[in-house]
Design a protein around this ligand. Sequence first.
Ligand code: AMP
Ligand code: GLY
Length: 423
Amino acid sequence: MKVLVIGGGGREHAIVWKLAQSRHVDKIYCAPGNAGIAETAECIDIGINNFDELVNLVRYEWIDLTIVGPEEPLSRGIVDAFEREGRKIVGPVKAAAQLESSKVFSKEFMRRHRIPTAEYKVFSSYLHAEDYVRMKAAPIVIKADGLAAGKGVIVAATTEEAVQALKRIMKDKEFGDAGNRVIVEECLQGEEASFMVFTDGSTIVPMVSSQDHKRVFDDDKGPNTGGMGAYSPAPVLTPELESVVMEKVLHPVINGLREEGIKYKGILYAGLMIKDGKPSVLEFNCRMGDPETQPVLARLDTDLMDISLAIADERLSDIKIEWKKDAAVCIVLASGGYPGAYEKGKVISGLEKANGLEGVFVFHAGTAFNDGDVVTSGGRVLGVTATGRDIKAAKEQAYKAAGQLHFEGVHYRKDIADRALNR
Ligand code: AMP
Ligand code: GLY
């Protein structure tokens, strides 16, 4: 079979790597891909939102199935476009992807279906929002309604900071129309965890748990990033808690959407805050997390093509999904300056050495070729992933591999997975 993966980051490299192990897959295409993906897949230079060209590619190359990595094409209706043409694709339709693309939709949906989440209010008027923030005590959370590349959430420690965030979002329109409405939300305390599931609209199968590291520097200091590293499993999500999350969050979401006439197929990601053994939803993502996908797929035993076809054909209950007992840790190597401005085109060395270590796989995120060299081409450059008998062993091996890699300005956190080890 032939399969197309849409996207070109670390998450997509992990998906391609796993698909390459499938007994069904003869050829993988990736649009647009990156230098690492190019080793296993044919990279095609088509934009992730160019649905007409992507459908044409699938038609002319006789591609059997498409898997979508990032949220943007999902929120713009890529699944609707493919299904209109009778093409198999894994991901939610546009109406279902609103769970991620509109935080107002998501919060109102959770309220309707009694899914645990922080108290909130929605504002479309700046003055009303400011009055409300001044009335409430800090800390308080401000969220732009629409997609803002992970930057639309401000956890404000003071009222002034919250007011500044409202100004930037609603008046200066820093995120454009994504800031037409804002949510002002109660600030929750506790420990965060990521919980992803596969679903075909009725059957829901959990993946192993994971934990991202959003801040750029050690000890969770500095600004938020796309994610600086992840580990799996996340010990905060005990098996008992996982059942609670399935019962109180995932089943009510999939059933609630179905009652509202929306079938959710694909991957659903719940960002959770856990306090005193109780989960509360911070956000939903309508796709796999990046970098969580890297350690999670490193632990998947079952053929990913089998799972993907079962989702598309709505027969997920027919297959058994199995995971390795091993733990996995992924460390993100970033460009100097990220998440702010950074330079590109730095030559990367040590890839072969790092990949040669036992249990290690270096997933590429922002990489490209230049004159036979692999060079940096994005903020997050590599996701050095290792498996081991436990988190400690996986962490040691991942850092050993990271130490073999170099490019000018490289920086990475030195404390990935410590939270799991210091519990
Ligand atoms: P989101 O994109 O909604 O996940 O928000 C990004 C990050 O902001 C989360 O991973 C949390 O670290 C933080 N966050 C979001 N909502 C809240 C909240 N209500 N209380 C505390 N932190 C939050
Ligand atoms: N790692 C968080 C995300 O993918 O949104």
